[in-house]
Ligand binder design. Structure first.
Ligand SMILES: NC(=O)c1ccc[n+]([C@@H]2O[C@H](COP(=O)([O-])OP(=O)(O)OC[C@H]3O[C@@H](n4cnc5c(N)ncnc54)[C@H](OP(=O)(O)O)[C@@H]3O)[C@@H](O)[C@H]2O)c1
Length: 240
């Protein structure tokens, strides 16, 4: 047997909303690449049964409870990740809701905007606040914020105002956290997965979850010196 030198400890990746849709596929692909995956879901039973479906990778996938709308849940989750795994190397902020998709901006109650911002933006921001400083200290981190074309200001129209606003704000979080990580080998990017067949995307969407997860996993495993503060679609930088 050739001597391959000491085995590197495997990286720990957090995936929020990992129990279904694109998040579950991201868990599968990261586990296949040898990362230890923490499949985070707001309902632990649903998360555990999703993790069990990742046959062959089950040993590398751990289900944990995380409601990104609840700051106390985020605190408890982050403390658990620090204690159990020594922190996170990769954070995929994937969990989101699409509320009032077909309503007009003037008709949507403020509470719907508030809920969209809490789940889609402030949850991701708080997870960054809790987990990214450890990445800075360890000089390694990859953060992927799963956004949407709906959040691109360049061609924002009337589609899903509460969701679009939240994804534009998540894009801003991406830039802010990327700036904080410069020079520390912490690469922070946003990914638009395209229109994907999931509960959110519906059955008419042209893309599979495998296609939707591809660029997310690529950004989650970028080599040192890779891009940061960028919005990607199909591994190509696109305008904010
Ligand atoms: N599908 C598309 O066409 C499309 C297009 C552009 C962008 N995206 C983005 O891709 C990401 C994944 O979307 P998807 O299509 O896979 O959606 P999905 O099938 O609706 O899954 C959403 C996931 O988010 C979780 N979630 C929602 N609220 C949560 C909370 N408060 N705490 C923790 N988890 C929560 C859900 O958990 P429960 O099972 O507990 O509800 C579920 O696991 C989202 O960020 C979405 O905006 C999707």
């Amino acid at each position: 047997m050739p001597n391959r030198g000491p085995t590197l400890p495997s990286r720990t990746a957090i995936v929020t909303g990992g129990n279904r849709g694109i998040g579950l596929e991201v868990c599968r692909q990261l586990a296949r690449r040898g990362l230890r995956v923490v499949l985070a879901s707001r309902n632990l039973e649903r998360g555990a049964s999703a993790a069990a479906k990742l046959a062959g990778h089950a040993a590398q996938v751990e289900a944990r409870a995380l409601d990104v709308a609840d700051p106390r849940s985020i605190d408890a989750f982050a403390a658990g990740v620090e204690a159990e795994f020594g922190g996170a190397d990769v954070l995929v902020n994937n969990a989101a809701v699409l509320l009032a998709e077909n309503d007009d901006v003037f008709d949507i109650p403020l509470d719907t905007f508030r809920a969209s911002l809490e789940i889609n933006v402030l949850g991701a921001l708080q997870l960054c606040q809790r987990l990214v400083p450890g990445m800075h200290r360890r000089r390694y981190g990859r953060v992927v914020n799963v956004t949407s074309g709906a959040g691109q200001l360049e061609d924002m129209g009337g589609y899903a105002p509460a969701y679009s606003l939240s994804k534009a704000a998540l894009n801003a979080v991406t830039r802010l956290v990327a700036y904080a990580g410069r020079g520390r080998n912490v690469l922070v990017n946003a990914v638009d997965p395209g229109w994907v067949r999931t509960d959110m995307g519906g059955g008419a969407a042209p893309r599979s979850v495998e296609q939707g997860a591809d660029t997310i996993v690529w950004c989650a495993t970028l080599p040192d010196g890779g891009p940061t503060g960028t919005l990607f679609h199909d591994r190509v930088p696109v305008a904010w």
